[in-house]
Design a protein around this ligand. Structure first.
Ligand code: PMP
Length: 414
């Protein structure tokens, strides 16, 4: 807990209640304000509209966290809300396939001519875990290659580091190796070539408290060689980055045609929907898997997602994200420079990460974020930020002005 928490009396009271009934710790970590440090960012949000959120004490903030990704078009986007509400008034889910299931998968595969089938689910974690099952069924091999510290959801075998509740060998079928190290990757691949079903990767290496790294051409070449030589399936996990790196899927920036692609977060703009898309050769393997659950068939999220795709394409959402991202980047860099701060501002324009130099214990990062929150902006000190198409140039300019003042109030030395 910092000395001067941002939460007001209502927020503090909710924390007291939460601490009594929620386990805390790692549970819900990415959505817990504790990840930033208790009191640095508001703990509880009660309303959201456009690019602004309101906390339990009625304070409103420009939000650069976007619900950790989903808010692509703005909270409460009226067309998305209308589509979901209209559908909810007709049917939520019923006894057999809803027609919307076919429609949303058709839309998704139409957008990417390398993908021929899709499975819709609720969260990113589920479709990533499912992709591994498909790859294992297809190749009849047990192992998966992943990259150091890369997050892929809550499936126990994908736990990033030794994690409570995952026994000693629970993650041993996932071999982790360093991002952008083609030699290490290829050594691993050659050593286990007849046991590796898939290589699971994010389109960029973006992990908390570290600068973002793109994939080097040599690394991409090693991934493709692993597939060509040994039949390993390449799975691009686009749950986090989807729609913000490239309008047709982040694999386009990587220059890879994946065998499977996972989507989630931004696809529903706040409605619970995720998808696994695959190429033709793995469809037979997918068919063999028993995969279903009660609320997968909820139709309002499917209608919301179809509307999201329509609006994003119609309004050139990607171009807007690039433009405001570029404006934010240059404004933040100038503000840091004029206030004497050395920062590392990395990552794609719509998903930047701000880290202070010489700030291993996050003293500066937390102070900056607390000051920015006090001035009315949520700028996370640990996670990357997200932009939405609801962020206007005026919102970005306001954010930059807040950041400049927050930099000024953050000591340059410790
Ligand atoms: N993959 C990646 C790359 C993610 O960032 C996340 C969530 N942050 C997931 C998978 C899991 O998605 P969800 O939280 O929707 O289960």
């Amino acid at each position: 807990m910092i000395a001067d928490p941002i939460d007001g009396p209502e927020g503090q009271a909710l924390w007291d209640r939460a601490d009594r009934v929620l386990p805390g710790g790692g549970v819900y970590l990415s959505r817990s304000a504790d990840l930033a440090g208790r009191g640095v960012l508001p703990g509880f949000i009660v309303a959201a509209d456009g690019c602004r959120v309101t906390d339990a004490d009625g304070r409103t903030y420009i939000d650069l966290l976007c619900a950790n990704g989903p808010n692509l078009l703005g909270y409460q986007h009226h067309e998305v809300e209308d589509a979901a509400r209209r559908q909810a008034a007709t049917m939520t889910s019923a006894s057999m396939y809803p027609s919307a299931l076919v429609e949303i998968v058709e839309r998704l595969v139409e957008r990417d001519d390398t993908m021929t089938w899709g499975i819709v689910s609720k969260n990113g974690s589920e479709v990533v875990a499912l992709s591994l099952r498909v790859a294992r069924q297809h190749t009849q091999r047990p192992l998966v290659v992943g990259f150091t510290s890369a997050y892929h959801g809550n499936d126990p075998e994908l736990a990033v580091s030794p994690s409570a509740g995952v026994l000693a060998d629970g993650t041993s079928d996932v071999l982790r190796t360093a991002w952008n190290d083609p030699d290490a990757l290829f050594t691993l691949v050659e050593t286990h070539h007849d046991e590796i079903a898939a290589i699971l990767l994010n389109p960029i290496h973006q992990i908390p408290r570290a600068p973002t790294l793109d994939a080097s051409p040599e690394f991409v070449a090693a991934l493709e060689l692993a597939r060509d030589r040994y039949g390993m399936q390449l799975i691009v996990d686009d749950v986090r980055h989807g729609f913000r790196l490239h309008p047709e899927g982040s694999h386009r920036t990587l220059g890879i045609v994946p065998d499977m692609l996972t989507l989630g977060k931004a696809l529903g703009n706040g409605y619970s929907i995720s998808a696994l898309l695959g190429r033709g050769h793995v469809r037979q393997a997918a068919r063999r898997i028993l995969y279903t659950s009660t609320y997968m068939f909820e139709t309002p999220p499917m209608h919301a997602a179809m509307k999201v795709l329509e609006i994003y394409d119609r309004d050139q959402g990607f171009d807007h994200l690039q433009a405001v991202g570029r404006r934010l980047r240059s404004g933040i860099l100038a503000a840091a420079q004029s206030t004497g701060h050395r920062i590392d501002y990395s990552g794609p324009l719509a998903m930047p990460t701000l880290l202070f130099a010489d700030d291993d214990d996050l003293t500066k990062g937390r102070r900056f974020s607390r000051e920015a929150a006090g001035l009315g902006a949520i700028l996370h000190p640990v996670l990357n930020w997200f932009l939405s198409t609801a962020h206007t140039e005026a919102d970005i300019d306001e954010t930059i002005a807040i950041a400049e003042e927050a930099f000024r109030r953050t000591p340059t030395s410790r």
